[in-house]
Design a protein around this ligand. Structure first.
Ligand SMILES: [Zn+2]
Ligand SMILES: [Zn+2]
Length: 211
């Protein structure tokens, strides 16, 4: 019988694929799936918060560099995303759980381990749900950048009250313009934020469409 390597138990099994039915493997399978379900539920709860600005925090490596083990893909996945000095809670995990690699690997994993089909939905994130989350997140980041620019512009007039006009405009904060993966809107804002007026209204409209 061919030696079988089990990615879940991380060892070779001399009983071949019969290992998949062993008590030890089934126990580890239950534990790993319970953890993945829990992580998926927490990530989806963050995607569903009413105000997505709650997902944006000051980046702190001790707090935001953690990984979640994905037993289906057989690797650790970053939980939080990062944009410059900001951490985006659950953003990387949501991206993984909504992506094609994870969808494909869960299908294989479920087949190999003969897991109950209904459980699979609890370890996936619908692509539309992720898309709505990232759109809302981009709007929240654009809004935060606008407030930060306003704050910086107010500093010169606060320190020299007799000046009629604020001092020369300082360089734009670029940190917020480049999401960690560098794919979206290089050097720019989210499309929804380009039209200056009524940002909040636009954000509410889009949220209605998304939810
Ligand atoms: Zn195993
Ligand atoms: Zn995965």
């Amino acid at each position: 019988m061919a030696v079988f390597y089990c990615g879940l138990c991380r060892r070779s099994a001399f009983t071949g694929r019969r290992h998949l039915y062993s008590a030890g493997h089934r126990r580890r399978l239950r534990e790993a799936l319970a953890q993945l379900q829990e992580a998926t539920a927490a990530a989806r709860a963050m995607a569903a918060v009413a105000d997505v600005a709650e997902a944006v925090r000051r980046y702190d490596p001790a707090e935001h560099d953690g990984r979640v083990w994905c037993p289906c893909c057989g690797r650790g996945v970053r939980r939080d995303g990062r944009s410059g000095e900001l951490a985006l809670l659950q953003a990387e995990l949501l991206r993984h759980l909504a992506g094609p690699e994870h969808r494909r690997e869960t299908a294989r994993f479920w087949r190999e381990n003969r897991v109950e089909a209904a459980l699979r939905e609890q370890c996936l994130v619908p692509a539309e749900e992720y898309e709505c989350f990232t759109q809302a997140l981009e709007r929240a980041l654009a809004e935060q950048q606008r407030r930060e620019e306003e704050r910086i512009l107010q500093v010169p007039s606060a320190t020299s009250p007799h000046r009629q006009r604020p001092g020369p405009r300082r360089p734009r904060l670029t940190a917020l313009s480049h999401p960690a993966d560098g794919r979206r809107h290089p050097g720019g804002r989210a499309p929804a934020a380009r039209h200056g007026a009524g940002r909040a209204a636009a954000s509410n409209r889009a949220r209605t469409l998304c939810r």
